[in-house]
Design a protein around this ligand. Sequence first.
Ligand SMILES: Cc1cc2nc3c(=O)[nH]c(=O)nc-3n(C[C@H](O)[C@H](O)[C@H](O)COP(=O)(O)OP(=O)(O)OC[C@H]3O[C@@H](n4cnc5c(N)ncnc54)[C@H](O)[C@@H]3O)c2cc1C
Ligand SMILES: NC(=O)c1ccc[n+]([C@@H]2O[C@H](COP(=O)([O-])OP(=O)(O)OC[C@H]3O[C@@H](n4cnc5c(N)ncnc54)[C@H](O)[C@@H]3O)[C@@H](O)[C@H]2O)c1
Length: 533
Amino acid sequence: MAQRAEQAQSGQGAEGGAGGGVGDAGGDVREVDVVVIGAGAIGENAADRASRTGLSVAVVEAELVGGECSYWACMPSKALLRPGAAVAAAKAVPGADAAVTGGIDAAAVLAYRDEIASHYDDASQVEWVEGAGLTLLRGHARFTGERELTITHDGTTHGLRARHAVIVCTGSVPTLPPVDGLADVDPWTSRDATSAKEVPGRLAIIGGGVVGVEMATAYAELGSQVTLLVRGDRVLAPAEPFASELLADALRDLGVELLLGAETRAARRAGGAVELDVTGPDGERTLTVDRVLVAAGRRPGTADLGLETIGLEPGRALEVDDALQVTGVAGGWLFACGDVTDRTHTTHQGKYDARVVGDVVAARFASGSGGAATDSNTGSDASSGDEEPPLAPAPSAEAEQGAGPWSRYRATADAHAVPQVVFTHPEVAWVGPTQAEAEAAGLPVRAISYDLSAVAGASVHAKGYVGRAQVLVDTERRVLVGATFVGPDAGEMLHAATIAVVGEVPIDRLWHAVPSYPTVSEVWLRFLESAGL
Ligand SMILES: Cc1cc2nc3c(=O)[nH]c(=O)nc-3n(C[C@H](O)[C@H](O)[C@H](O)COP(=O)(O)OP(=O)(O)OC[C@H]3O[C@@H](n4cnc5c(N)ncnc54)[C@H](O)[C@@H]3O)c2cc1C
Ligand SMILES: NC(=O)c1ccc[n+]([C@@H]2O[C@H](COP(=O)([O-])OP(=O)(O)OC[C@H]3O[C@@H](n4cnc5c(N)ncnc54)[C@H](O)[C@@H]3O)[C@@H](O)[C@H]2O)c1
């Protein structure tokens, strides 16, 4: 590990990497085997895996190591959402409800959020990167040609050359919809909403996607009067329609004003407040709020990456194949994973792609000098000491060359079994296609739906439990292709479905997977009974 780091740091000498040609680098050029651009969760994992056959790997990061997920997305947003779920869970159990005597303490929630976001300090993640034997380079990376980059940090520019491969993991940035005057009212993006220091009295949210519904839930529970402006006819449009309906009811119960079919036309300041002109099914209306959160989607982080120097268009997503190699660039040296590919939009699926691309790079460009596996959480040697030998062999060029779907070298699940948990109250969790998507793809599916409140475990879990689940069965292959769960803690029920879908477990075999009594998971038994078993 240490050897890899040293090689990278002394690259301009020991590794024979000195020389010009790397943009405006002033002759100061490092050379490593592999460069990873972006040290978000995805870049960190790709770099760690890529280093497993002894390749020297440098990770370049312009902001905080850990990326969006750690400081401005998954972790802080869940910290804002968890208190509301915990209070609601206690209030739903007779006897326990008496213990809830006050409302949510917004200031304490924001302090808890800061703690979960490591107080916006990446020291522990830097320690992990260094412990894994990777070289961290602070700065903004830009391509200047094939496998060649410049890194700009604090006004100084250095060159960096990858001997074998570059993996782009630069994530995504929020989009600002073309609403007249919106940019002038200092709108919040998801970064501002997840790192806010105070709770606005009146909050308008533009966009009813994942960020919109999660932040509407969090801020309503923290005490804001929230208006959710949804362009389409339902919230959370990628989910099953029944999930959108249950979620819309829950948001209204929380006091969120839902404006469906709403188009925001213009925004302007009005004293200390903001006015929004909104057109909807009931005509025109002007909304006065204290803050506007824009949650209208994201675009890939490729605008300022020098893509034009390698024949790609800046601003566009990097298209990749199932080995995460960028298509449209010759030479087999460019890879990408995470949000920047537009192929995955969650941390867990991006990290799956990162494991695949890391193994592909480790196999294709193996230096033969290493081969020790590291634990991606600790950076420690997983194969040292008296431990049992690993059950899976280290990446190898031979294995990768013949690799097919569902091998560790191909991100096959991206097209079949992507799990998504939306941490609203109730949670909405699904894997695989929706019924409409499956039918559009020509799959012979039958949907089996069940009211979760009718399961014995639900009556114990919460009085007045509200939830519904649905599985999609391929009637020809007799396997599950998708599932959706809506209810308290529904996200915790999802992984069983993901395993059934990925494993293509026949429903006749699933019959033998007996859910424990009295858990809400007993719904699995009801599904199979409804299928005729
Ligand atoms: C509010 C919110 C909540 C979310 N909640 C969840 C959730 O609960 N669960 C979930 O699975 N997903 C969630 N997501 C999605 C998840 O955050 C992303 O899918 C994930 O962060 C993508 O990781 P990434 O590494 O591709 O990008 P990022 O995390 O954005 O990392 C990219 C890194 O690259 C760096 N970078 C960019 N350009 C350069 C450059 N030129 N040079 C050097 N460095 C550069 C950036 O500084 C950044 O650190 C959420 C997203 C949002 C917005
Ligand atoms: N729990 C999680 O896994 C989680 C949580 C938050 C975000 N994310 C990810 O982050 C990404 C970004 O989330 P997001 O919610 O910003 O994007 P999104 O694409 O999920 O939703 C954006 C929504 O905004 C709407 N929209 C676009 N322009 C609009 C306009 N002018 N007026 C009104 N509505 C408009 C779109 O129709 C869409 O419904 C997503 O890919 C999501 O998967 C994941």
